[in-house]
Design a protein around this ligand. Structure first.
Ligand SMILES: *[C@@H]1O[C@H](CO)[C@@H](O)[C@H](O)[C@H]1NC(C)=O
Ligand SMILES: *[C@@H]1O[C@H](CO)[C@@H](O)[C@H](O)[C@H]1NC(C)=O
Ligand SMILES: *[C@@H]1O[C@H](CO)[C@@H](O)[C@H](O)[C@H]1NC(C)=O
Ligand SMILES: *[C@@H]1O[C@H](CO)[C@@H](O)[C@H](O)[C@H]1NC(C)=O
Length: 457
């Protein structure tokens, strides 16, 4: 895979030079720029080789997360460069595409730096990892050559390339809304991981929150991740924070940053409670001090309200709990799956048992069909939806959580003996949500962001 990246880069360099000879290009090539710290990388590599193998399982996961982030970035870079090549129609390549690639390279560099600090901090690299670092070093050298081509991003017109790239990614990554009962996956077989975890940008600061990916992202935002932290009293927040990729989330560089609902906190439409989701370019959450769901349109910054059933329990009256301890303001749990957005809650009329409804998108959005379960809400720590099936978890120990319950909205069948276990990195789970894009389970655990891979039958 590594070589694939290199070859297109060289091809690109040659082609551009030819165009230059034909007099179609007004720009010059310059080799003066050295965006990648070659020397730094070499030192990182030698310090890696010197490492001993005294590795704790946690540290291994941390490192694997970083490497995985890097792997992902390189994969994307490869794809983008290939598309850039296809774009060649005898004219020059698109400026915007070069920006995309340049950004990716910057992220890769930041990731390398983070990898270095993890390495030095814990002295935990194995020979295997240092081999991988060696490979990366070679790759970075090639990337560095490419970087010197930045100069051509002068006055050329933007080609259709970015559009192609986006629509391609969209096709690949996004499952469109599926009607009830036509989900390609059936029940969960297993949940493995953590595949990834990070303390994020504010380690330990906000124990309540949620994070994940938009399963139906807007154009150009396919690789974005969102984070909502309860920044005030573990109860409210007035913004959602975005990261342009998993690697920027790891290194804590938030671009494009916060999208604010309101400048002060709490105010009307403040986010209350951690179990939020982003879907289709909007944040869905429990509106502050109300028995309603708010939909915040991230583009227009406008809020629509979805009214819930009469006597809906809210303001910490029907929380998720474990043993005799409850998680404040978790009355409403928003969830996403292949078919869209769901809200999991209870009313005074349902004896505190969980009910769930799907949200019908539209303007204004409304509550769709409702299903009743016989699962007492305060007996579970969290819930999520996958393929039209509701799953609930319970606390087993500080290290283990169990997915013990399921409710199938297609058949109406309930199971209390699902028996799938999740390894935790911290005792509490404040938010849990499934992403149909990558079949991952995203958990927010005492301020740590964790993801798991789900396997279906
Ligand atoms: C790695 O990190 C250490 C400590 O932060 C720093 O002193 C060193 O220069 C870094 N090395 C590279 C290769 O970036
Ligand atoms: C590192 O380990 C993985 C499996 O853990 C293996 O697939 C890979 O080939 C190893 N790489 C090297 C360079 O030894
Ligand atoms: C689930 O995954 C774990 C860890 O990989 C494995 O030990 C277990 O056998 C798997 N269970 C099933 C039912 O596949
Ligand atoms: C947000 O508003 C824009 C502009 O009105 C609209 O096109 C888009 O569909 C809205 N998104 C959601 C999720 O409602």
């Amino acid at each position: 895979m590594r070589l694939y990246v290199i070859l297109p880069l060289c091809a690109l360099l040659t082609l551009t030079e030819q165009e230059h000879q034909h007099g179609k290009c007004a720009c010059e090539l310059s080799n003066s720029e050295r965006a990648f710290p070659h020397e730094k990388l070499r030192r990182a590599e030698s310090s890696a080789s010197a490492c001993n193998s005294n590795i704790t399982p946690q540290k291994t996961v941390e490192l694997e997360s970083l490497l995985q982030g890097l792997e992902q970035r390189l994969g994307e870079l490869h794809k983008d460069v290939q598309i850039l090549e296809k774009e060649d129609d005898g004219e020059l390549y698109g400026v915007l595409s070069l920006y995309v690639i340049e950004n990716e390279m910057t992220e890769i560099k930041l990731l390398m730096d983070k990898l270095n600090s993890t390495t030095l901090g814990h002295q935990l690299l194995t020979a295997n990892t240092s081999q991988q670092l060696e490979n990366m070093k070679t790759e970075m050298e090639e990337l560095e050559k490419f970087d010197s081509m930045q100069v051509i991003k002068g006055q050329q017109t933007i080609r259709s390339l970015t559009t192609d790239l986006d629509s391609c990614k969209r096709e690949l990554g996004v499952l469109s809304q599926l009607p009830q009962g036509t989900c390609p996956r059936s029940r969960i077989l297993n949940v493995t991981g953590p595949v990834f975890f990070t303390a994020g940008e504010y380690p330990g600061s906000y124990p309540y929150g949620a994070w994940g990916r938009d399963p139906k992202p807007e154009k150009g935002k396919e690789s974005w991740y969102w984070v909502v932290m309860m920044t005030s009293n573990n109860r409210y927040s007035n913004y959602v924070r975005f990261y342009s990729s998993l690697s920027t989330l790891i290194i804590g560089v938030s671009v494009p940053g916060n999208v604010e609902i309101h400048s002060s906190n709490p105010a009307t439409n403040t986010i209350q409670g951690p179990n939020n989701v982003v879907y289709g370019g909007a944040l869905y959450y429990n509106c502050y001090d109300r028995d309603a769901v708010c939909r915040f349109n991230l583009t227009t910054k406008s809020v629509s309200t979805i009214e819930l059933h009469k006597d809906t329990r809210y303001n910490s009256k029907a929380n998720f709990c474990h043993l005799d301890e409850c998680y404040p303001y978790t009355d409403l749990d928003l969830a996403t799956d292949e078919s869209g957005v769901w809200v999991i809650f209870t009313t005074a009329l349902d004896f505190g048992n969980i009910i769930l409804s799907n949200v019908e998108e539209g303007d204004p959005p409304v509550l769709g069909k409702t299903w009743q379960t016989s699962l007492y809400k305060q007996a579970v720590t969290n819930t999520f939806m996958a393929c039209g099936v509701l799953y609930a978890t319970r606390y087993v120990s500080e290290e283990v959580e169990e997915i013990f319950y399921s409710f199938n909205t297609v058949t109406g069948k309930e199971r209390f003996s699902v028996g799938i276990f999740i390894n935790k990195v911290s005792p509490n789970i404040q938010a849990l949500n499934y992403s149909p894009v990558d079949q991952m389970l995203y958990a927010y655990c005492d301020s740590i962001m964790v993801s798991y891979k789900m396997f279906f039958k």
